[in-house]
Design a protein around this ligand. Sequence first.
Ligand code: CP
Length: 355
Amino acid sequence: MRSLINVFDLSKEEVGALLDTADDIIANPAKYATACHGKKIATLFFEPSTRTRLSFEAAMLELGGQVLGFEAGGNSSSSKGESVADTARVVSCYADIIAMRHPLAGSAYVASKNASIPVINAGDGSHSHPTQTLADLCTIRRHKHKFDGLTVGFCGDLKYGRTVHSLIQALSRYTGIKIVLISPKELRLPEYVKNETIKANGMEYYETESMTEVIGELDVLYMTRIQHERFASEEEYLRLKDSYVLDMAKMELAKSDLIVLHPLPRVNEISTAVDKDPRACYFEQVLNAKYMRMALILKLLAERDCEAPAEEGEYRTDLVCDNKGCIVTTEQELPHLFRKGVDGKYRCLYCEHRE
Ligand code: CP
């Protein structure tokens, strides 16, 4: 049985096939209208969401299936102390596939190890959001018709923005991609993403605090909001919250065929005046997310009887993860496990924080 916890659970070829399926769904929706007749998706959302939950539900309904679930952890027995592991076992009795969002990194991984149905990570803390990445790739490909050779700028909160981490991982599989990282120094991309993904794959990149100096070079600009809910200090959030605002004055400095993406929700980082610019693709990205989730649900249900790929690697059990945002810090019986990365350092299996 296959689950999707991070983008590397899918090969480059599988991502390409999902993009092709989404294109076919867009062109021939009637062909898919009963493809999931008799199937149910459980949407387990322990953290707020508009797009991801509703698009998973819309995706299943448009495939002829049904939906069940909850939209806040407080409405589930997790509020009584039930573990993610037990929740996943229980929901496996009711549904055919799970889409789960949770505030703690590694939660979807733990669910996948305990469920007897496929689990899709719909966002785990500041760690990963692979189905948003599928939507991002779909939108880039539909406009640019390629990935190789693009210059992609990421602007905003690159530290806590899980969609940024997942998209950089996905782009690392293509050739000639240049990454421009635009953020305040406090919100720079985590070292593990830089080391394990950008540097390990020899991707060209640089970091800057200035959007105006670099916007003219970009083929794709990926804006993100400052993730208020992940800050330990309200004072620091208030200081950083309006670091970048994309407005028409900045858009005038950009290429005529730039595309602007944003996983949404936006708070203040893209002026609404930009929405009318044909280069603004963030609402189309929302629609593409539904089609990619349809393609993914079809794939995972079709492969339900396939063996999950073996988890290779060297592990240590003597290290303790002290990341407060990691599932291992709250689910007491989970073993602390560290896996060796390509740089020889060990990282927590659940949240990828370093030893
Ligand atoms: N892009 C995204 O994940 O949006 P939601 O938080 O509304 O699901």
